[in-house]
Design a binder for this molecule. Structure first.
Ligand code: NCD
Length: 304
């Protein structure tokens, strides 16, 4: 495995290995401080990002490596009309590993075909976001101790929310996982995910528009932002943007050990009043993303 374009590029054993390394980094950060000395990560972000780009960069610095790249494609040759393949061929002359975010679905896959330098998909359009899933998996592992037998509620924009698509793919490989898909009709999970992942693998799932009704059965509640940038029509966004707002009142019927997750950024989906609830995991989740990205960089660079 030399690229991570889809979370399924990593086997269940690979994921176990990354989790073990990430947990070891948390315990023994000094051991890792020079592992990537003289190595360079390029972050090519053709779309806005805070957590993903900065956590990749922090990850590389904490491994003793360096970072180059851009966070605004208007400042890169893409603005002059350069193709993704040519950009990546060029960046490969300067970097040992590349993390790329792009608004077009499939762009990181195209990039991976243009170079032998490892490519990590840092989010492609409304498609996939495998390294967010690594952050999500470490969060679930540390909160729940295992991935088996969990009832996972996914709430909000299941249509355009790429983190949801990757997380469903990842969790579908564990025994006893059930999904509760909570969204407005217009933002329901795309058929290609429902058919190719859930139905094909006989994964139990239910579909509802009602978060409160779903709440009591959930072990994990994964809230998501309505993805404004992927709408064709601003009026639709305005109508749908506040479909779900998690408040302390809505959590009264939830399990005591529910894990409340969100890939962030949040807009209105979770009231700030929930932040002090001991079940809120979303800022921890952002921190865990850095450790999993460190583990992934080590794996792709084949550092012992
Ligand atoms: C997510 C993304 O970019 O898809 N953000 C992130 O990487 N943590 C979720 C989002 O933007 O809503």
């Amino acid at each position: 495995m030399s690229n991570v374009i889809d979370i399924l590029d990593l086997s269940v054993e690979d994921i176990d290995g990354l989790i073990n390394v990430a947990c070891d980094i948390i315990e023994n950060p000094d051991k890792y401080a020079e592992k990537c000395k003289r190595k360079k990560l390029a972050t090519l972000f053709f779309e806005p990002s805070t957590r993903t780009r900065l956590s990749f960069e922090a990850a590389m610095y904490e491994l003793g490596g360096n970072v180059i790249g851009f966070s605004d494609s208007n400042n890169s040759s893409a603005a002059k009309g350069e193709s993704v393949a040519d950009t990546v061929r060029t960046v490969s002359c300067y970097a040992d590993i590349i993390a790329m975010r792009h608004p077009k679905e499939g762009a990181p896959l195209v990039a991976s075909m243009a170079t032998n330098t490892p490519i990590i998909n840092a989010g492609d359009g409304g498609h996939n976001h495998p390294t967010q899933t690594l952050a999500d998996l470490l969060t679930i592992y540390r909160e729940k101790g295992s991935f088996n037998n969990l009832t996972v509620g996914l709430c909000g924009d299941l249509k355009f929310g790429r983190t949801v698509h990757s997380l469903i793919n990842a969790l579908s490989r564990y025994a006893g996982v059930k999904f509760v898909l909570i969204s407005p009709e217009e933002l329901k999970l795309p058929d290609y995910v429902t058919n190719n992942v859930l139905i094909k693998n006989n994964i139990p799932y239910t579909v509802t528009t009602d978060l409160s009704e779903a709440m009591p059965q959930l072990d994990i509640l994964y809230m998501t932002r309505v993805q404004r940038e992927r709408f064709f029509n601003e009026q639709d966004y305005i109508r749908l943007k506040d479909s779900y707002i998690l408040t302390p009142e809505k959590l009264i019927s939830a399990k005591e050990d529910l894990a409340i997750m969100h890939p962030l950024p949040r807009v209105n989906e979770i009231s700030c009043a929930v932040d002090n609830d001991k079940r809120a995991c979303y800022f921890k989740q952002a921190l865990y993303g850095k450790y999993m990205r460190m583990a992934l960089i080590l794996k792709l660079l084949e550092v012992e």
